[in-house]
Design a protein around this ligand. Structure first.
Ligand code: NAD
Length: 450
């Protein structure tokens, strides 16, 4: 391991006090004015045109098959009842059961889930998985409830979904604001609704479970691992030596922190991090292991002693080589894309982090983008491995999972490169093109019922 990549030299800045940090909130993200679902439909339209997809298939894929909304009451710790709104968007099951994460976030919306559900369909098709696409979650702030409340909210939500999910029908997984623990509660809730004799057979109703509760080795880091594989493939193709390079990462949860840790093994040092509480800069490089432990213990980077507090604007202007957005969608708009300083590559750990206008600026500036549907597909790929292990009552080793994932990411990367070369298009369009070609083939083979 490269020492420089995991240092955590105390900052020489005087701005390390938590008072100062909390007074420097990041400014508002570009956010709401971008309609995420429309953007995803636009990418679909462009790729459909490129591959000359028949109009009826494009029309089907432009909308999700099912849009499920449930309102359910939960008793809070103070004895009062609060009504929650939960969503499950089932976009497509033409390739296999619906598959996709559950997100808990205060700004979650139907529009976002429709976009994210569609992206899961493209992602599974691109990765050649026998799975469809879905996404869902609850609109609330999971950081503002107790653990006991979180458990009751989760159990009541999954109970409300009832037969709308199932191991051969729709298989949720963790996403932003949810974790292995959330999935353990979800699985247990579902198991208790199907009766004693079927209990063990439905373990695969969710993936991303803790290993001891039927999860797979390697799932926790899988999405970050997939991002890192893509960065490595890109670096090889571009003769870009990763050793000694600098990273900034927005979002230091599951995806962001594992990406930073795994890149540190290759000598990449993380000099800027941000999350929902603010942004930190350390020119010497953070000790990303220590920061990961700190976030696990404290819930955020707030109060971490070894870094200067910076504003959101300053974060985007930190001099670095690689930027991994690993938080929300619509974070890299024109201003952010123009602010990036020295960045050669944006690897989309998050779903939809770049706006259309932001990506155009990146392109004009010669900054390459590894698109979300490829870059963060390691998560659903290892979720698929977990589902297969549950069906077979097997437990694969970490080495086996890692080897399979690397092979799957490499194959998908090559398919995208080949499409890009043949069609002389950008990488995002190539990802959509590969995915849509597979979906088109299946529609043409099976045709439309009745
Ligand atoms: P997480 O909840 O573990 O972490 C999310 C991070 O984003 C946290 O650090 C949080 O503080 C930060 N964040 C939230 N709001 C923010 C804001 N307004 N500004 C800056 N930071 C903010 O979630 P995750 O699982 O790491 O997911 C992150 C992204 O990766 C999401 O877009 C998700 O859809 C995508 N993704 C996740 C997986 C997975 O397996 N978990 C797979 C594919 C894609």
């Amino acid at each position: 391991m490269t020492q420089s990549a995991v240092t955590d030299a105390p900052s020489s800045s005087s701005e390390t006090s938590s008072t100062k940090r909390s007074s420097r909130r990041p400014s508002a993200p570009p956010g709401e004015r971008h309609q995420f679902f429309r953007v995803i439909q636009g990418y679909l339209d462009d790729a459909a045109k490129l591959i000359e997809m028949p109009e009826y298939i494009r029309t089907i894929l432009r909308q999700p098959k099912n849009e499920i909304i449930v309102n359910f009451p939960v008793q809070m710790d103070n004895g009062e009842y609060r009504l929650f709104k939960g969503y499950r968007i089932q976009h497509s099951n033409i390739l296999g059961p619906y598959k996709g994460g559950m997100r808990y976030h205060e700004n979650a919306s139907l529009d976002d889930f429709k976009a994210l559900g569609a992206m899961m369909t493209w992602k599974c098709a691109l990765m050649d998985l026998p799975l469809g696409g879905a996404k869902g979650g609850i609109k609330f702030n999971p950081y503002q409830v107790s653990r006991a409340e979180l458990q009751r909210i989760t159990r009541r939500f999954f109970h409300s979904l009832g037969g709308n999910i199932g191991p051969d029908y729709d298989i949720p997984a963790p996403d932003m604001g949810t974790s292995g623990q959330t999935m353990a509660w979800a699985m247990d809730t579902y198991m208790n609704t199907v009766g004693m004799v079927s209990k063990q057979a439905v373990m695969g109703v969710v993936t991303g479970k803790p290993v001891t509760s039927g999860g797979t080795h390697g799932r926790v880091k899988a999405t970050g691992q997939g991002v890192v594989h893509c960065i490595r493939f890109w670096a090889d193709r571009n003769r870009f030596d990763l050793h000694g390079k600098k990273l900034i990462v927005q979002g230091f949860g599951n995806v962001g922190s594992h990406t930073a840790v795994l890149l540190s093994h290759m000598g990449v040092s993380t000099v800027g991090v941000g999350d929902h509480t603010g942004y930190l800069y350390n020119p010497e490089g953070f000790n990303v292991y220590r920061l990961q432990e700190y976030v696990a213990a404290n819930g955020s980077i707030a109060g971490y002693p070894n870094g200067h507090a910076v504003t959101r604007e300053e974060f985007f202007n930190i001099q670095a080589d690689i930027f991994v957005p690993a938080a929300l969608e619509n974070q890299v708009d024109v201003a952010e894309a123009n602010a990036l300083n020295g960045i050669r590559l944006v690897a989309e750990g998050a779903n939809g982090p770049c706006t259309v206008a932001g990506e155009k600026v990146l392109r004009d500036r010669g900054i390459e983008v590894l698109p979300d549907v490829l870059a963060n597909a390691g998560g659903v790929t290892v979720s698929y491995y977990e589902w297969v292990q549950n069906r077979r009552s097997e437990q694969w080793t970490l080495e086996e999972v890692d080897t399979r994932l690397e092979g799957a990411m490499r194959d998908a990367y090559r398919r995208v490169e080949e499409f890009e070369r043949v069609h002389n298009c950008g990488m995002r369009l190539a990802c959509y093109g590969v995915a849509l070609q597979r979906l088109q083939k299946v529609y043409e083979e099976r045709e439309i019922f009745p």
